[in-house]
Design a protein around this ligand. Structure first.
Ligand code: KIV
Length: 278
């Protein structure tokens, strides 16, 4: 099956097809997501929290992103793989932005990158696209700016903020982005942005009117124990299932109930007698 492209994703909006997106950070989850036919797999810098145990995405490095993107690329043959550009990988200079975007594609095996910001990063977006790398934008609650926002709060509730978010999304489209993530903004604002853009909007905590939806895998599967965002729908409670299985294993080893002959390997009878007699 052929790999989906940024053009395919744009075409989905034109055809009115909704775009489901999921994060993945390793080989097994990338395989599962690919088998479930997600058109896009995002190697999000949310891995800083849900995989590496940091309290924000800010400590995530380019090395972390390249490492996890490579694992995802080995597991997914059909989905468009989007790798997040981590904090400080594109903010200092356009040269940095180009080098690091190139690294995620060349070394990580991604086909696209995502970076946070609107008008202020439009020039970087233009240059990365010019290099031949499709870019997904990300506006609203941009987690790398959590300290400026003073927490993970809904953005765009006030008039000026809402107008700025619309300008940011439009600037990304003009700069050549093929899609834009809208994170944690009021649903009616997401609807207006979605109507005004020709490129798809991918919402997270932005209501039902976006062209697509993205969720963090660990949140929707109930695999991240520290916090469940209000916008998450938990399709599974893996924490409980895994915890239960681990406790049973501990108990069975303690009781000598595992392993049994069924999980063990036999050996040649003659050799066994020889060994016993020696
Ligand atoms: O890092 C991430 O997983 C993201 C999504 C929440 C959009 O940026």
């Amino acid at each position: 099956m052929r790999r989906l492209t940024a053009n395919d994703i744009r075409a989905m909006k034109a055809k009115g097809e909704k775009i489901p997106v999921i994060t993945a950070y390793d080989y097994p989850t990338a395989r599962l997501a690919d088998d479930a036919e997600f058109p896009i797999i995002l190697v999000g810098d949310s891995l800083g929290m849900v995989v590496l145990g940091y309290d924000s995405t800010i400590p995530v490095t380019m090395d972390d992103m390249a490492h996890h993107t490579r694992a995802v690329a080995r597991g997914a043959n059909r989905a468009l793989i989007v790798a997040d550009m981590p904090f400080m990988s594109f903010q200092i200079s356009s040269a940095d932005a180009l080098r690091n975007a190139g690294r995620l594609v060349q070394e990580g095996g991604a086909q696209s990158v995502k970076l946070e910001g609107g008008e202020s990063v439009a020039e970087e977006v233009r240059r990365i696209v010019g290099l031949g790398i499709p870019v997904m934008g990300h506006v609203g609650l941009t987690p790398q700016s959590v300290h400026r926002f003073g927490g993970y709060r809904v953005q765009g509730k006030a008039r000026e903020q809402a107008a700025q978010l619309l300008r940011d999304a439009q600037a990304l489209e003009e700069a050549g982005a093929y899609a834009v993530v809208l994170e944690l903004i009021p649903s009616p604002l997401a609807r207006i942005i979605t109507q005004r853009l020709t490129i798809p909007t991918i919402g997270i905590g932005a209501g039902p009117y976006c062209d697509g939806q993205v969720q963090v895998l660990h949140d929707m599967l109930g695999l991240y124990p520290d916090f469940v965002p209000k916008h998450t729908k938990q399709y599974l409670h893996l924490n409980e299932l895994i915890s239960d299985a681990l406790r049973r294993y501990v108990q069975e080893v303690r009781e000598g109930a595992f392993p049994t002959e069924k999980e063990s390997f036999d050996m040649d009878e003659a050799l066994l007698s020889e060994l016993l007699e020696s």
